[in-house]
Design a protein. Structure first.
Length: 593
């Protein structure tokens, strides 16, 4: 008997350890999906073929739209589709704004170019309808989200700006939008960064959480159901003062109430929802107060054990903290995993998004890395265990494949698992609209409840584990084909059958890192120029009230350090703008007395 127990323990431990050692395999370069200068990344089934495609927004390189062929390969169809733009683009968020059954998208930009609204024509092409829709905005845009805030069945658009007041547009239902900013009741704090809708009180309308940089406050606004918002940050205990960046919503403790995670520069925050009455910040107690330069953040049940785990993307070019995966222990605490593996990357990570790209029932990760030579990454989940799963897609009565605000609850004998349909997640990212549920060891689903955006509910029975379903708003459901399709790798740095028009990365002429930061009276700016160029340095306050030209001269090639005196400016947060020839570079920097 003792020998049997010893053998069992050895097998159990080795199997458990082997599963986690398998971890994730990075396949960005092999599949052709790894592109340089990536800023934002979105998972979308734009052609309704059941396979997730990827749109990558890039800095001063052609944006890419990778169509998933369905055989393990991808094709860049951005040029053919009319969306291969070149500019300072940041994020694409996808939703069917006109309820025609095809996902459209809004593309944001940081400097210079206009934000754009693209209508999906249903034939794998898109049309720029920005001007006709009344969404002509050229301000520095950090985030945008879709959601029906007034219950009329059409998705409205929030646009969050860094240097100007945020904007809110109501969808008129005829392809046009009306500016509703002043009437909405949203106080316009600047330095807006990440944002998300969250029905925190489960009253069947979309409330709004907005993160702000520069210690200007992070706020929760309650929706009255008709699109009027009230600041409830203080009364709910969620008001915080930090340098907020990305946000993500997930029910990490399976109590049926949506919780929220906020990334920052320095410690991140985990806000536990106390049944819609208040929030408690528990990041330190839970072990997820990561102190890197946090941007992207994604909830995902990577091991299908029934509890949402947490992945955080850090800009490791800015700090020494790598990306991190925290495994949910099921008791409101987390444990770091894969610290020595590629998943804990040390790149300039921005956006993180979730998709089961190979249809094997567990979530994979796609990551946008902004660095010059740091390509976007695709981490395929190779974890092998016996836990079960379920994939749910939704279809509303209006043929809407992304009913933003819908909530799905899967009940088993062991737990109730909750997921939310959102458009605009993490930072500069958009998750797959196929909702993934890990179910642990249970092999039977009791009931699936769907609460639609208008508050109506449907109940579905008879669904089986390890399958994918489409749930319709009329209460019917249908099983979907969902067979494992491994991503192809021919071992030579390019996947079999990949067709891509991606240009190779070009090394930037300089490395920008001004110091000290914070500074008082002088800035040092090391430069390494490959050729002679004019260099201009300007400081602009984040509030937009102060601007000062610091330097402008032609410099010779080679390595040098500019030492620039700074006088006559008040203390506060600034954007340092360095222009070298026709290229611009930015760094957030703090002036102190």
């Amino acid at each position: 008997m003792r020998l049997f127990l010893v053998i069992f323990l050895i097998i159990f431990v080795n199997t458990f350890s082997y599963g986690f050692r398998q971890g994730f395999t990075e396949m960005g370069e092999e599949t052709g999906l790894g592109v340089a200068f990536s800023r934002g990344i979105s998972v979308v089934d734009f052609d309704n073929d059941g396979f997730d495609d990827l749109y990558i927004a890039r800095k001063n390189r052609h944006n890419t739209l990778f169509r998933n062929i369905g055989d393990g390969t991808f094709e860049d169809v951005a040029e053919m589709a009319g969306v291969d733009l070149v500019g300072d683009y940041n994020q694409s968020i996808w939703a069917d704004y006109d309820n025609d059954g095809f996902l459209d998208f809004y593309l944001t930009t940081e400097t210079g170019d206009k934000n754009l609204l693209f209508h999906n024509n249903g034939d794998q092409t898109f049309t720029d309808v920005t001007l006709a829709a009344g969404l002509d905005i050229s301000d520095f845009t950090t985030a945008a989200i879709w959601g029906d805030v007034n219950g009329d069945g059409f998705k409205d658009l929030f646009i969050f700006l860094l240097m100007e007041d945020d904007r809110f547009f109501l969808n008129n239902g005829d392809g046009t939008f009306s500016d509703y900013t002043a009437e909405s009741g949203i106080s316009m704090a600047r330095l807006s960064m990440g944002a998300t809708f969250i029905d925190y009180d489960l009253d069947h309308d979309l409330d709004l959480y907005v993160a702000h940089d520069g210690h200007s406050g992070n706020f929760l606004f309650e929706n009255d159901g008709g699109g009027l918002f009230k600041d409830v940050s203080v009364s709910t205990g969620i008001l915080s003062d930090s340098e907020g960046m990305g946000v993500s919503v997930g029910d990490f403790n399976n109590d049926g109430w949506p919780d929220l995670y906020l990334t920052n520069r320095l410690q991140n925050y985990l806000f536990r929802n106390n049944e819609g009455e208040s929030f408690t910040e528990i990041s330190s107690a839970s072990g997820v107060g990561d102190e890197g330069m946090g941007w992207g953040v994604s909830w995902l049940d990577f091991d299908n054990d029934g509890f949402l785990d947490l992945y955080i993307g850090n800009d490791s070019d800015y700090s020494d903290y790598a990306n991190v995966l925290y495994r949910n222990n099921g008791d409101e605490t987390f444990t770091k995993l894969f610290e020595e593996e590629p998943l804990a990357g040390d790149k300039g990570t921005y956006g993180t998004a979730i998709s089961d790209l190979d249809h094997d029932g567990d979530p994979d990760l796609v990551i946008a890395n902004r660095g010059t030579v740091d390509r976007s990454e695709v981490f395929i989940n190779e974890l092998d265990n016996n836990n079960h799963w379920l994939i749910i897609r939704l279809m509303s009565e209006a043929m809407d494949r992304v009913p933003v605000g819908a909530m799905v609850m899967v009940e088993t004998a062991a737990a109730t698992h909750t997921r939310y349909v959102l458009s605009g997640t993490s930072w500069s990212a958009d998750d797959s609209k196929s909702l993934h549920f890990g179910l642990g060891s249970v092999s039977q689903i009791e009931t699936v409840h769907v609460t639609w955006p208008d508050g109506t509910t449907d109940e579905y029975r008879g669904l089986q584990v390890d399958m994918a379903y489409l749930l319709n708003a009329d209460g019917t459901n249908q099983s979907l084909s969902y067979e494992y399709v491994p991503l192809k790798n021919n071992g030579t740095g390019g996947a079999e059958g990949v067709i891509t028009g991606i240009d190779e990365p070009v090394l930037e002429k300089v490395k920008i890192s001004a110091y000290p930061n914070p500074f008082t009276k002088e800035l040092a700016l090391p430069l390494s120029l490959e050729r002679s160029d004019r260099v201009t340095v300007t400081l602009v306050s984040y509030a937009g009230t102060e601007s000062k030209g610091l330097y402008s001269s032609k410099l010779y090639p080679g390595e040098q350090t500019l030492r620039i005196p700074v006088v006559g400016l008040s203390s506060g947060l600034y954007l340092l703008q360095i222009t070298i020839g026709d290229q611009q570079y930015y760094q957030k920097i703090l002036k102190t007395d």
